[in-house]
Design a protein around this ligand. Structure first.
Ligand code: URA
Length: 452
């Protein structure tokens, strides 16, 4: 019966009419959106027709009902995992992308050590931002492509597993994202919401915490844009049946001291060893609190923080990471002894051209420079160099003297550093007075935000 209804719906699918309706800013029904997405999968909707519809959606927007319908249609374009053998609440985190954002690597095992299952589906670098999969693959042998049964087994046995999106999970997102990428339709809140949520919810989550980044180094440049995205993600995710919380966090300067894959993996391992830079640690703990609250394993923010701090200090979070790396085929010796991670022989300092206070450090500029060094991709088919990157030796709020190192360029040869010295130096601003400190977590929304 269901199949006949589906066939009848498909038979009456008229992509041109649906494009025209969106072009004229008229609403589409849930069934029409579902048919459109299904039609893309079956070939009844051509790529150029979907592209035209996406542009109409970009120009005229989608209502919340339409965004929910699009999210669910994309989610159900593939398998939705149930992970029936995982009895703990399943919660994931998604960051909208930043520079030096290695938080997932330390956060997933930390939260798993606090009694929450973390089936994490991660991505690769996008534009100037880094990607979790590239950082994990800095560990020799770590497999980010696993079949669903193995993924489930690792989540059950270890508490967390981090893999890439597979062709089985939300395939419509892969198709639609590729079309958006080449038709100037990426920057649309409803389309971003459907893309992020369809992928994440395909892991069969009970809860999701979003780290919506705002600032120069983020895709959302203003607090108003970031808040609108966070609110849309929370509302649509909640309507799709998931408990969703969000933090708005600052992304003007890089997170922590490192940009580049192996360097960031090393810093995440430092956090798991109960050390690491203060901001990396703080953001990890803030998100760990929120994930525990969304999971319902505690109702108190203070208790959630205490539990996470304990998991860092008693070594249980590190133990979890070691087990996950082992289960994914990675070299655990590189976790136990991080200097065994891929590294360049050559490190070239970038020097302060005057004395004073470091007042700013441009995450966007450094993110792109790291991509140029080979830490990210300029074209989809590019291979990343896991060893290269930028290590900050001074941050906003630090006092420096002329000639002191601001950062180290981890490069393959001194020659490779030459063209980088001036633009990397220009990303730092040195002023006469100490800059005011700015908060890292700007605000929180969604599940549990009102009880703090
Ligand atoms: N990240 C995604 O997964 N999708 C978008 O559309 C934008 C960022």
């Amino acid at each position: 019966m269901q199949t006949r209804c589906k066939m009848a719906r498909m038979a009456s699918l008229d992509p041109v009419a649906l494009i025209a309706r969106k072009r004229d800013a008229l609403p589409l029904t849930r069934e029409e959106i579902s048919a459109l997405v299904e039609g893309l999968g079956t070939g009844k909707v051509a790529d150029y027709q979907m592209s035209a519809w996406l542009m109409a959606a970009w120009l005229n927007g989608l209502s919340e009902d339409e965004t929910v319908a699009l999210t669910e249609a994309m989610l159900h374009s593939g398998r939705v995992l149930q992970l029936p053998t995982v009895s703990l609440p399943k919660v994931d985190k998604h960051s909208t992308g930043g520079v030096g954002d290695k938080i997932s690597l330390c956060l997933a095992p930390l939260v798993a050590a606090c009694g929450v299952a973390v089936p994490m589906i991660s991505g690769r670098g996008l534009g100037h931002t880094g990607g979790t999969l590239d950082k994990l693959e800095a560990i020799t042998g770590y497999q980010t492509r696993l079949d669903v049964r193995r993924f489930e087994k690792i989540v059950r046995q270890v508490g967390c597993s981090m893999i890439g999106q597979t062709a089985e999970l939300a395939p419509a997102d892969g198709r639609i994202y590729a079309l958006r990428d080449v038709t100037a339709t990426v920057e649309s809140i409803p389309l971003i919401v459907a893309s992020i949520l369809s992928k994440k919810l395909a892991a069969g989550l009970d809860g999701l915490v979003l780290d919506v980044k705002v600032g120069r180094g983020a895709f959302m440049k203003t607090p108003a844009q970031a808040r609108a995205l966070a609110q849309a993600l929370v509302r649509v995710g909640t309507r799709a049946g998931c408990r969703v919380g969000a933090l708005l966090t600052a992304m003007d300067v890089p997170i922590g001291n490192t940009i580049g894959n192996a360097l960031e993996t090393r810093e995440a391992i430092e956090v798991l060893a109960d050390a690491g830079p203060a901001d990396t640690r703080e953001l990890t703990l803030a998100l760990a609190e929120r994930m525990q609250l969304v999971a319902g394993v505690t109702h108190s923010r203070a208790q959630a923080r205490k539990r996470a701090q304990l998991a860092l200090s008693d070594g249980s979070a590190m133990e979890c990471f070691l087990k996950m790396v082992k289960a994914h085929g990675g070299d655990v010796r590189q976790v136990q002894t991080p200097r065994l991670l891929p590294a360049t022989r050559c490190q070239v300092p970038v020097l302060a051209n005057r004395s004073g206070w470091v007042t700013d450090c441009d995450a966007f500029a450094l993110g792109w420079l790291a991509v140029r060094m080979g830490a990210g991709r300029l074209r989809a088919e590019d291979k990343v160099d896991h060893a290269v990157g930028i290590e900050l030796t001074a941050r906003p709020g630090d006092k420096v003297v002329k000639g002191q190192s601001l950062c180290l360029l981890h490069v393959r040869s001194p020659k490779a550093a030459q063209a980088l010295l001036a633009p990397v130096g220009a990303a730092f601003v040195i002023g006469r007075s100490r800059p005011a400190t700015t908060p890292l977590v700007l605000t929180s929304l969604g599940a549990k935000s009102s009880r703090e």
